[in-house]
Write a protein that binds this ligand. Sequence first.
Ligand SMILES: NC(=O)c1ccc[n+]([C@@H]2O[C@H](COP(=O)([O-])OP(=O)(O)OC[C@H]3O[C@@H](n4cnc5c(N)ncnc54)[C@H](O)[C@@H]3O)[C@@H](O)[C@H]2O)c1
Ligand SMILES: [Zn+2]
Ligand SMILES: [Zn+2]
Length: 347
Amino acid sequence: MKACVITAERSVEILEVPDPVLLGPAGAIVRVEATGICGSDLHLYYGALPPGGLHPGHEVVGTIVEVGPAVRERQVGERVLVSAVVGCGTCPSCRRGDPIACPNGGPVAFGTTGQIDGGQAEFLSVPAADLFTMPVPEGIGVESAVLLTDILPTGFLGAQMAAIEPGETVAIFGMGPVGIMALAAARLYGPSRILAVDMVPERLARAAAMGAEPIDATGGLGALGVLEATKGRGVDAAIEAVGLRETVTDAISSVGPRGRIAMVGVNLEMDFPFPMASAFFKALSFRAAFAAIPSTWANLVPLVDSGILDLGDVVTHRMGLSEAAAAYEMFDRRADGVFKVLLDPTR
Ligand SMILES: NC(=O)c1ccc[n+]([C@@H]2O[C@H](COP(=O)([O-])OP(=O)(O)OC[C@H]3O[C@@H](n4cnc5c(N)ncnc54)[C@H](O)[C@@H]3O)[C@@H](O)[C@H]2O)c1
Ligand SMILES: [Zn+2]
Ligand SMILES: [Zn+2]
């Protein structure tokens, strides 16, 4: 089959690779219909790669073409969305939709570590398909279905971990697709103000159209902008949706006493210079996590379906898998008003 492979730093190729095989008797093979490019793929694009490169792609909607003998609830021909994150598929945590707490080698995201190939390809092999796929619900379009595979649960987790009380003030660092999902989710908690921090004009405008106050972070002034906008008090909660060292520090600097910081941006540094003095003297809470995606679907689908969770038009570009190199390059440069890109493996 054809698959996107990040072969080296900033080098994306479409290569002929072996067709995937079932990952155990509970696995399934999905023919990919649409797959997103995520900010997490950019970390790989910037060179965080195992030797030999990586087949990325963890946001997949498609049709089941093969099931293992132990699959009970899915069948060939069914259209499904796939959780970006999976676990062993047998432990109690996996069975309740929480692969993050899987003690048996989980959690692992498709196409990020080399352990399990990703879905920017014609086919994706999914372990424990009963747990880690869901039939695309009636009334949910392909674009929303892709958002449910990863970034909507992630943005929602950001808002949940921020524990926003009605009337509070919130800052969100990063108005990429994940930050916008966090913004949409944060609104449901009834904050009085949401300050949206980024430096890309269209992204700030998108946030403003969703009721947030844009703060331009150009020149490293994001936290200062939040402090100015709150007359030096800082916000009650900050959501970090970038993953850079600067934005983690900005999120910590931008909250007031007893502030909460919820980090969903990915930063895997082991020697991160955590500002202990701020944490101590301001009595801060800091949480970071990735989302237990399957466990969120039952709550998120009705919110999307009813329009209560208003996501706006998130997908700006639909391109062929054959154009993946150009798509990555554009998503990285944040050019052409790009926001979410979906790849179609038939093109
Ligand atoms: N926790 C999870 O499970 C999970 C899931 C998906 C993505 N992520 C992570 O979320 C992050 C965002 O993903 P995305 O798809 O939205 O990516 P993205 O690259 O499109 O968005 C990042 C945004 O941050 C902005 N930014 C950069 N520097 C900034 C600064 N100093 N101040 C303010 N904004 C700044 C960029 O302009 C961009 O709009 C990534 O780190 C990604 O790995 C986490
Ligand atoms: Zn992702
Ligand atoms: Zn498990």
